[in-house]
Design a protein around this ligand. Structure first.
Ligand SMILES: [Zn+2]
Length: 276
């Protein structure tokens, strides 16, 4: 069984962050990265115990600079998300997807360091009329390739968002409770890591019952940029502009839709990587 783990750096217990004027900034990066890898490793231990034969951990926080491969569980490979003409997702051959270190979407008041992809760029995302953040988009991309997301960990708000998006059958592990965007109470680590190990193992053992978090096409993404400059760039690339700071992306494929939001012209990404 091959497992795809996507990580982020805001959601682990032990991360300290602040506002930097417009968006978020992690201020204890070295400790935060170590805390993330501990959670990843606890999850990997559970997965291996439950029969995982291949684990790819994708370092998903901006710049893919959060996981020191020397500290990573020996059964796990490390994926770095490069830019250029790389595909927006890599779920080939995976049986299950997991999101670790997740955070709530922009605007969730008890979401630690809440934001949606870019805390300096995106004010709001709505998919087919409903607010969506990184957790939901991640699940839909995995589901496009037939891969169910079986576990999400992050603060209480992230877990709530994941459960609301996925419906029943998703496992979550809360790492901490935020009181505001930067004020947070972290769980004691020993119990947290033990829970991550146990829930990861259970989630993989129950894979056959895991629902696929799919919504039917077609897809419409309303993207409200914080700054009109970003909207200018998308307009030049052929994206429909609804007002000064708002864009509308449409596609029959969630992968193509998200590729467009990452700067690909409509249809080009899926043609290039032969994604149906
Ligand atoms: Zn994020």
């Amino acid at each position: 069984m091959k497992v795809h783990i996507m990580t982020d750096l805001e959601g682990p217990a032990g991360v300290n962050g602040r506002g930097d004027g417009i968006g978020n900034k992690i201020i204890n990066t070295e400790t935060a990265c170590k805390c993330l890898v501990e959670e990843v490793n606890a999850c990997c231990e559970g997965l291996v115990e439950a029969g995982a034969t291949e684990i790819v951990v994708w370092d998903g926080h901006g710049g893919s600079n959060s996981i020191d491969i020397r500290l990573l569980h020996p059964a796990a490979s490390l994926g770095i998300l490069g830019g250029g003409l790389a595909p927006v997702c890599c779920y080939d051959g995976c049986d299950a997807a997991i999101q670790l270190g997740a955070h709530a979407m922009q605007g969730v008041r008890d979401g630690f360091m809440n934001h949606s992809f870019n805390s300096h760029g995106i004010a709001e995302l709505r998919l087919n009329g409903e607010p969506v953040g990184e957790i939901g988009i991640g699940m839909l991309l995995a589901a496009h390739f037939g891969v169910p997301t079986i576990l999400v960990s992050g603060d209480v708000a992230a877990c709530r968002e994941a459960e609301a998006f996925a419906g029943a059958g998703l496992c979550t592990v809360a790492t901490k409770q935020a009181l505001s965007r930067y004020k947070v109470i972290n769980r004691p680590l020993e119990g947290l890591y033990a829970e991550l190990r146990a829930v990861s193992a259970n989630a993989l053992r129950n894979l056959k019952q895991a629902p696929l978090q799919k919504i039917a096409p077609s897809y419409e993404l309303i993207y409200r940029a914080m700054c009109p400059n970003l909207a200018d760039a998308f307009e030049r690339a052929g994206i429909e502009r609804l007002d000064y700071q708002t864009l509308r992306f449409r596609s029959g494929s969630i992968v193509d839709l998200w590729a467009q939001a990452c700067g690909w012209a409509p249809g080009v990404h899926n043609r290039k990587f032969n994604i149906q």
